[in-house]
Write a protein of this length. Sequence first.
Length: 353
Amino acid sequence: MKNAGKFQKKVCPLDLVIFARQFAVMMEAGIPLITVLKALEKQTENLFLKKVINEIRIDIESGISLSESMEKHPKVFSDFFISMVKAGETAGALNKVLERMAGHLEKQSDLKRTVSGAFAYPTIVGVLALLTGGFLVVVIVPVFKSVYERLNVELPLPTLILIGISNFARGYWWVILIAGAGVVFLFKWIGASSSFKMYIDKFKINMPIFGKLLRKVTAARFIQTLADMMASGVPLLESLRTAERVASNKVVSNIAQAMVGNVQAGGLISEPLQNQDIFSAAITQMIASGEESGRLSFMLEKSADGLDRDVDDTVKRLVVKIEPLMTFFMAVFVGFIAVAIYLPIFDVIKQMH
């Protein structure tokens, strides 16, 4: 186990959860910051994180604050993490903020795992279908093709199409590889372009089957981040800007920017939520009620909890719908190839009779 960290070049969410949780416990016990960092450096198995903690300790010994030192390591500590630490330092409640942050990271990890579970089944079935189809097209179809040529059988259209696909796959496999790499590059290039990101993000949240889930996940990520930051004492505008970046969706980004502009103009953050497709009417009403009652942070937390439950329920319903759909897709895909291969044999048998 101790050697596992040698192969890690980044810090995974679980490493950060453990780091924040242990940090909070030791701070709660009244252990000095430098001693806490020395202990964390010794306990951490991830060598990259161990190196970062060592550099943070050296910075603090030279008079730099914890949050300022963490800002030097953006690959490890996100804007959210650093903003929370700053709030904890300002309020003198670093241990409580770190404990909340560990809980937040755990929730985000659970959310990601829940969504990954929803996509796992169709991904596995899709990959199996492609592998099975590829094997049949590249290996099996040429065998039957040579048999049909010797028998001089007139081939039906489905078989001719399948043989054409097989010939292309065997003769121009390099074209397929280049085209595949080109598509991946194109999507990465488009994804990095801010002008196209809005269209991509809109498509994601409106796509068939998965769009509803992605809308709820995006909303949950934004609301949970906003709730935890405000509960930790981070100013509202800074919380909104950080939650916008965490949501990582251009549609939400526009809504968050409208919320920031409205607050700066003396308005409420709930007002820009009236005409949009991400946050439900119930969430909007809860946020509005929180502003009116002066309990915005509390209502945001309740909204986040409700969204988490809603995501879980949506995933369960989605899996029930997807499994028979993917099974049908697999049957049709492989069935077409099988029928196309054996159709000429049926014709031969008819002619023999």
